[in-house]
Design a binder for this molecule. Sequence first.
Ligand code: ADP
Ligand code: ZN
Length: 601
Amino acid sequence: MAISQDQPLHLLNTVFGYPAFRGAQREIVEHVVAGGDALVLMPTGGGKSLCYQLPALLRDGTALVISPLIALMQDQVAALRQLGVRAAFLNSTLDAREVAAAERALREGALDLLYVAPERLVMPRMLELLEHSRIALFAIDEAHCVSQWGHDFRPEYLQLSLLHERFPEVPRIALTATADLQTRVEIRQRLALEGAREFVSSFDRPNIRYTIVDKQDARQQLLRFIREAHAGEAGIVYCLSRKKVDETAAWLIEQKVSALPYHAGMDAAMRTDNQARFQREEGIVMVATIAFGMGIDKPDVRFVAHLDLPKSIEGYYQETGRAGRDGEAADAWMTYGLGDVVQQRRMIDQSEGSEEYRRVSFAKLEALLGLCETAGCRRVRLLDYFGEASAPCGNCDNCLEPPQTWDATDAARKALSCIFRTGQRFGSRHLIDVLRGQATDRVAQWRHQDLSVFGIGADIDEATWRDVFRQLVTLGFVRPDHAAFGALRLTETSRPVLKGEQRIDMRRLALRKGKSATVRRKASADGMSAADAMLLERLRTWRSEQAREQSVPAYVIFHDATLSAIAAAHPRDIDDLSTIHGIGAKKLERYGQALMSLLRD
Ligand code: ADP
Ligand code: ZN
């Protein structure tokens, strides 16, 4: 089929309702339409789907989309059908009759896209069916699943190289949001994509605001954050353990937040149910372990909060990347304290992994701690980690409210001295009591009131001391000893500090207490008149009704941004309406009248 120059853009406008391509989308689409293989690296929310959906419409035959995320296929297909695209899926959730119908449609050339689970695709029966069908392209989504070193490894993915052997003339496009070099190399090798052109996008997510706060009373801090910045909005709260997930979810519910728990220890049916509710209903806060995540493509997640420290910057970036995929303002918020550092170090120390594994894990943790402790722009630090240079962003806590530093040389010396004098066998809580001259039972038991360090730090408050100890650990002057219940021990590097030969500046986190850099109004209602805001609420209600009737998620009908644009633009007729982003021909035909009558009321 001959493709005219503007055909991709024309389809983007009319089918998807978007005015322009984003980043490298156009180049990728043209490359694949022309029959080339591609390896696409784009951050979560970057717009990967269009890179194969448009070629699927532009090339003859059916595009096969291989994805491990069975739970999502149904929603993805529903969203495409809303746009008038002929799509179907094949996975283990279908019964025999439904499978037969999809297979028939494939054979008859009645499908633009077919989503398939990898294990099903490589079955002899399926391959045989493909031989007798017309295949436009293979799109291999979540391509990093071939990497045996990654945490999403799927053995079935290794067999996908046979696609190249069986169908050498069909173009293949592999897509992932995992950017590191090792994974890239593995994808190329294992999928026989050596000759594929590589498209690497910027990994910046400018609409996400990064904030890392000093851990005080984590739950209350979280609740304040949700109430002040995200009341009634959808979000994800990550915790390290299943127990903490259950407890936090229950507590949030008591506080009238619509929270649901999710972790691998739950009954499978309940887990699936909670995920479906999060995906479909509005304003649900999912409290989860990292078992929840891959395959969450809900575009209107307004915040991702971490109550515990992730293992690495890769993990942090992947988890926070689930916020704001629709491009609207979103928050990545984390509380972090000394306890987190101690806990993560212990997990690595006690892991079964090899020496090499531990070394790499410690290095990754160090990099993440650097991000937590930096007084500079968080985004610059994050992007730098992925090999991308950038300038201060103006949309992170440190840019918005630059942290102050103070000369902590004397305090550091007192803290180190206190560790030494008490025999290097205590954690920070007791050490702080000694420094502040508190007559606790423990102090009495060890006769620490007799030490020269007792009470030498009474002029500094407890929260500041916690900061000092945490920074001493992250700066490497002190190491928690896990064999001794996290007792703090001095390292070699602490000597010059102890002797007063090295000056130490620390960031003053406690100053931020109470103030919140992230307080802002709901993005969608920003700067709207009361009348427009009311209209927006009515549009939302209408959308919820539509979603319920058709049993699809609300964003499949229209995204938040589209509803906000309608409320702000006051379209007078169908023509006006058609110029709004996110309203393509099919949706105009389907919902135009209903929207116009709602607007006229
Ligand atoms: P990814 O798979 O890379 O995480 P998606 O393909 O799900 O991202 O796209 C993320 C969001 O961006 C979706 O809501 C999608 O509709 C939107 N989007 C993608 N491309 C464009 C574009 N060119 N213009 C406007 N919105 C887009
Ligand atoms: Zn910044």
